[in-house]
Ligand binder design. Structure first.
Ligand code: AMP
Length: 130
């Protein structure tokens, strides 16, 4: 079981943003920018391009819904989309609100993000998802 499956199962806490029957969204615990959100399929698959065409399409549509919520909740020009997957072997899309290109530099993380602020941001994004 991956760490993300344990989060989805409620065994490990997270700052949850949204969920449907197939996908789960929560804040990245080491955000590169405030509002940095992960989109994860409930069905475990390591590499994103091993996901079926149908599920990958649905994953992107779910990401789009969440990205619209992020854009409403956090002042930004656009919400950037990245897939890395080198650390956690459970496919996920990173969504990061961007004012400038440097806001999505994965070598620069927010140091010790304040839990209260993370909670507030997750709630704010969640309440802006249609
Ligand atoms: P990567 O697999 O390279 O896309 O990186 C995994 C991402 O998952 C990193 O940005 C981590 O900060 C994030 N991450 C790892 N563990 C957790 C967790 N328990 N809760 C939220 N995000 C996590």
């Amino acid at each position: 079981m991956t760490i993300f499956s344990r989060i989805i199962a409620g065994e490990i806490p997270c700052y949850k943003v949204a969920e449907n029957d197939k996908f789960f969204a929560f804040l990245d615990i080491n955000p590169v920018n405030w509002g940095h959100t992960l989109i994860v399929p409930k069905k475990e698959e390591d590499y994103i391009f091993d996901i079926s065409d149908e599920d990958l399409g649905e994953m992107m549509v779910f990401a789009k819904k969440v990205a619209k919520g992020i854009k409403k909740a956090i002042p930004c020009r656009k919400v950037g989309v990245t897939v890395l997957g080198l650390e956690v072997p459970h496919a996920h899309i990173h969504l990061v609100p961007l004012q400038k290109e440097g806001d999505m530099d994965f070598k620069v993380k927010i140091d010790n993000p304040d839990p209260e602020k993370m909670k507030k941001i997750a709630e704010e994004i969640a309440s802006n998802i249609e």
